[in-house]
Design a binder for this molecule. Structure first.
Ligand SMILES: Cc1ncc(COP(=O)(O)O)c(C=O)c1O
Ligand SMILES: N[C@@H](CCOP(=O)(O)O)C(=O)O
Length: 462
């Protein structure tokens, strides 16, 4: 398997080079040159594998022989040994039509750990094997940062700098990032929104001289490893239901911001997983909902919501989706992304919109609807949803048809977002790992939101 850019200007590269390149050097995003096609027999043979065994099978398709099988197995086993649930990502039945895929049993209580425990170990492995310097630069609306830091803190030969929007993440998210005192970690609290942080890092990555001089590596979902690792749990969840004979017409409902998690589901679909529809849930920052409903991709006004990790206007992985929507035509993607840069807007024709709507249905959840879902499911099923998961569940209630079964991705533990949950008078006990954070000193540098503000910090740190 080799990897190419959505903009077509990068010669095909192998898996390790793709991981190290992060953002494609032509400004696009890397994608596999071919999407592996899985036969029904192959899917059946995977149906009873453990999470780790399944991850190994799927990664092998994308890594080829660049990492010997025994090494890849060790990376997988080490990455998922840190999870608190033996199933890694267990599926809980809520009612006949709804199951919740709990993705929050990793070290930082968010779905990001599934990919970032692996990517942290992979970076350490690659650095050891290839003598590459690993200087990670990432942007976060709260969860990626904590998870990426946890994945590499204290690791020799790796440094990590994370930008988060100052004052716009939850208290627990802030503590998870800023109480880490390892010398290889730098937290920058940026005066701006997550979109500003993401734009800055993308512009710094796109400055190829700067990127190479400082050995910048990505941990955001612009890194293809993130997407591949997140694909595994779609298969695993489907198999959990299939093993019980409940996998007819399965939808996946995905709370969405950067289009990374749902793109992993789309990749699983393209590989042959029989998904009925992908339900795309946004909060009030609903650019993606409007795209699926109307075919227009155009940022709206930023809204602070109860699901702050999804307070995102410009969705990083949207470009990967456009690439497939336009039949893997990199010239079309380059034209559309150029148009977005110039006009701040992309409008797709009716035939393309029909193709979008064949795979996706979308709903934008308002703030009060999100809290209503938390209260309702707590009262009716004694199940506490975090506000992001609640968006996915609220969207499922609107969009799933009778007789369909939906697996709603639960992307974070409710303890990370107690501020919102308390608004509905629901008290929760923090897990001890989170409770312990409140007594620790914090380390972060508040900075302005220009590229030069960040460059100054990076030059000192790297
Ligand atoms: C808890 C939570 N849910 C959902 C999302 C949205 O995921 P994505 O950005 O991959 O669409 C995020 C952030 O990415 C998140 O942190
Ligand atoms: N919600 C994310 C935003 C960054 O997304 P990523 O998937 O591209 O890393 C976060 O929690 O930081």
């Amino acid at each position: 398997m080799e990897y190419i850019s959505t903009r077509g200007q990068v010669a095909p590269i192998g898996f390790i080079d793709a991981i190290l390149m992060g953002l494609a050097d032509d400004g696009g995003l890397l994608v596999p040159q071919h999407i592996p096609q899985l036969s029904a027999d192959m899917l059946k043979s995977w149906q009873r594998l453990s999470y780790q065994e399944l991850a190994l099978e799927i990664f092998t398709l994308f890594v080829n022989d660049e990492i010997p099988c025994a090494d890849l197995k060790r990376l997988v086993d080490d990455s998922y040994a840190t999870f608190r649930d033996e199933d890694v990502t267990p599926v809980r039945r809520i009612n006949n039509g709804l199951h919740v895929l709990e993705l929050f049993h990793g070290p930082t209580f968010a779905f990001k750990d599934v990919a970032l425990q692996f990517l942290g170990n992979l970076y350490q492995y690659v650095s050891g094997k290839t003598n590459s310097i690993i200087h990670i630069l990432g942007a976060t609306s709260g969860d990626t940062g904590a998870s990426a830091i946890e994945g590499v803190r204290g690791k020799a030969g790796i440094r990590i700098c994370i930008l988060h929007p100052h004052g716009k993440v939850s208290k627990v998210q802030e503590l998870q990032m800023t109480t880490v005192d390892d010398a290889n970690v730098l937290n920058l609290a940026v005066d701006g929104t997550f979109d500003d942080c993401q734009r800055i890092i993308k512009e710094l990555f796109a400055d190829v001289d700067f990127k190479h001089r400082y050995h910048l590596r990505a941990i955001n979902s612009i890194n293809i490893a993130r997407i591949l690792a997140q694909t595994v749990y779609y298969f695993y969840a489907y198999f959990q239901l299939a093993n019980k004979g409940q996998a007819d017409k399965v939808n996946f409902s995905v709370p969405t911001g950067n289009f990374g998690d749902i793109f992993a589901g789309y990749l699983a679909l393209k590989m042959g997983l029989p998904i009925n529809k992908l339900i795309l849930a946004t909060n009030e920052n609903n650019i993606l909902e409007r795209f699926v409903r109307e075919g227009v991709y155009e940022p709206g006004e930023f809204r602070g919501t109860y699901s702050p990790s999804m307070d995102i206007q410009v969705a990083s992985n949207f470009e990967r989706y456009l690439y497939y929507l336009y039949g893997e035509d990199s010239a079309a993607v380059t034209r559309l992304m150029g148009q977005f840069k110039a006009d701040g807007r992309i409008a797709i024709p009716a035939d393309k919109l029909a193709a979008v709507q064949a795979d996706f249905a979308a709903y934008g959840v308002q703030n009060e609807e999100c809290l209503d879902a938390i209260s309702d499911y707590h009262a009716k099923y004694d199940y506490l949803l975090d506000p992001h998961t609640a968006c996915g569940v609220a969207a499922t209630d609107k969009l799933a048809d009778d007789g369909e079964v939906t697996i709603a991705l639960s992307t974070a533990h409710p303890a990370k977002f107690d501020e919102a949950i308390r608004l509905r008078g629901i008290a929760q006990t923090y897990p001890p790992q989170i409770e312990a954070l409140f007594d620790k000193p914090q380390h972060q540098t508040v900075v302005g939101g220009t590229n030069d503000d960040i460059k100054d910090q990076l030059v000192k740190f790297f």
